[in-house]
Design a protein around this ligand. Structure first.
Ligand SMILES: N/C(=N\O)NCCC[NH3+]
Ligand SMILES: [Mn+2]
Ligand SMILES: [Mn+2]
Length: 301
C-alpha cells in the first residue's frame, strides 16, 4: 500500500513486548526475525497493478519462510506490513498443511482482482490470487507465477466488513462467500458470529484455520494508526473475543497481524493504542484469558 510506515509494524509490536508476554502465558516462542526483501528498481505498474515485482518477490520469500516454520510444527505469526503479505502467508501455510480455512477479519474484503481494483494497490487484492474460483480473472504478473491458488470460496469467512467495493461485493455474492459484515455483527453479536463461523467452517471437515487479522477491523477510535481506517468498527472487546474463540477451537494454525502504521497516528497515544491492541489480539490467539492465566507449574508460595 502506498503509505510509508507500515514496514515498522513488526519492530513496534516486538518493542511492545509481544514475545515476553507470550512466554509469560506459557507459550514457547521463536522469533525468526524480519525477512529481508530484495529492492526492486523500476517496478512500473503492470496495467493498474502497482509494485507487482516487489510484492511478488517478497511474498515468495514469505511463503517459503511460513512453509518452513509450519514444517517445524509451530503456529506461525506473521507481522505486517500491509495485507498483500497474506498472499505469501496463506500460500506458505497451505503448502505445509494442505487444505485450510481462512478467517479474514477486516473492514475490507481485499478480494479485488487486478482488473476490478480502482487503485492497483495489491493490499486490496490478496484473496483474489489465492482463490481457486477466481483464477480465470487473474492476468499474468511479473514475479507472481509461483502462486498456486490454494483456498476454496467455501472455506473463507469474513468478519467486520464495512467498506467493500462493488466488484468485490459482486465476487462475494457470485462465489457465495460467508460474510459477517458489521451489520451481522450488530444483529447477531460477536458470540453468535463466532459460533456460526466455526460451525460453518467445520460443517464438513475440520481444517487448520488461518486467521488473517487487519488491525483496521477494529474501530479507529481504538486503532487509528493504520492506512485505511473506517468508522463503525469492532470494539476492542469484540476484537479480542474473536481471537479467544478461535484459540479455544484448537484449530488455529497461522495468524497474520497487518496494517499497523505508526506514521498514520496523529499522536504517540494513537500509535501506542494501535500497537497494544495488536499485541492483545495476538495474546488472545495464544491462550490469554481476560479472567486471568497462571502457568501449569504455578505453586502458591
Ligand atoms: N486496509 C485495506 N484493506 O484491508 N486497504 C485496501 C482496501 C481497498 N478496498
Ligand atoms: Mn486488509
Ligand atoms: Mn483493511
Amino acid at each position: 500500500q502506498p503509505r510509508g510506515g507500515v514496514e515498522r509494524g513488526p519492530d513496534l509490536i516486538r518493542a511492545a513486548g509481544l514475545l515476553n508476554k507470550l512466554r509469560e502465558q506459557g507459550c514457547t516462542v521463536k522469533d525468526y526475525g524480519n525477512l529481508a526483501f530484495e529492492e526492486v528498481v523500476d517496478d512500473e505498474p503492470v496495467g493498474r497493478v502497482k509494485c507487482a515485482r516487489a510484492v511478488g518477490s517478497a511474498n515468495k520469500r514469505l511463503s517459503d519462510a511460513v512453509q518452513a516454520v509450519k514444517r517445524e510444527g509451530h503456529t506461525t505469526v506473521m507481522l505486517g506490513g500491509d495485507h498483500s503479505l497474506a498472499i505469501g502467508s496463506i500460500h506458505g501455510h497451505s503448502a505445509a498443511v494442505g487444505e485450510l480455512s481462512v478467517v479474514w477479519v477486516d473492514a475490507h474484503a481485499d478480494i479485488n482482482t487486478p482488473l476490478t481494483s480502482s487503485t492497483g494497490n495489491i493490499h486490496g487484492q490478496p484473496m483474489s490470487y489465492l482463490l481457486h474460483e477466481l483464477q480465470s480473472k487473474i492476468p499474468v504478473l511479473p514475479n507472481f507465477s509461483w502462486i498456486k491458488p490454494c483456498v476454496s470460496a467455501k472455506d473463507l469467512v469474513y468478519i467486520g466488513l464495512r467498506d467493500v467495493d462493488p466488484g468485490e461485493h459482486y465476487i462475494l455474492k457470485l462465489l457465495g462467500v460467508k460474510v459477517f459484515s458489521m451489520s451481522e455483527v450488530d444483529h447477531l453479536g460477536v458470540p453468535r458470529v463466532m459460533e456460526e463461523t466455526c460451525d460453518y467452517l467445520s460443517a464438513k471437515v475440520k481444517k487448520p484455520i488461518h486467521l488473517s487479522y487487519d488491525i483496521d477491523a477494529i474501530d479507529p477510535s481504538v486503532t487509528p494508526a493504520t492506512g485505511t481506517p473506517v468508522v463503525g468498527g469492532l470494539t476492542y472487546r469484540e476484537g479480542v473475543y474473536i481471537t479467544e474463540h478461535l484459540c479455544q477451537t484448537g484449530l488455529l494454525s497461522a495468524v497474520d497481524m497487518v496494517e499497523v502504521n505508526p506514521l498514520r497516528g496523529r499522536t504517540e497515544d494513537d500509535v501506542q493504542s494501535t500497537v497494544s491492541t495488536a499485541v492483545d489480539l495476538l495474546l488472545g490467539c495464544f491462550g490469554r484469558l481476560r479472567e486471568g492465566n497462571h502457568s501449569s507449574d504455578y505453586r502458591l508460595p
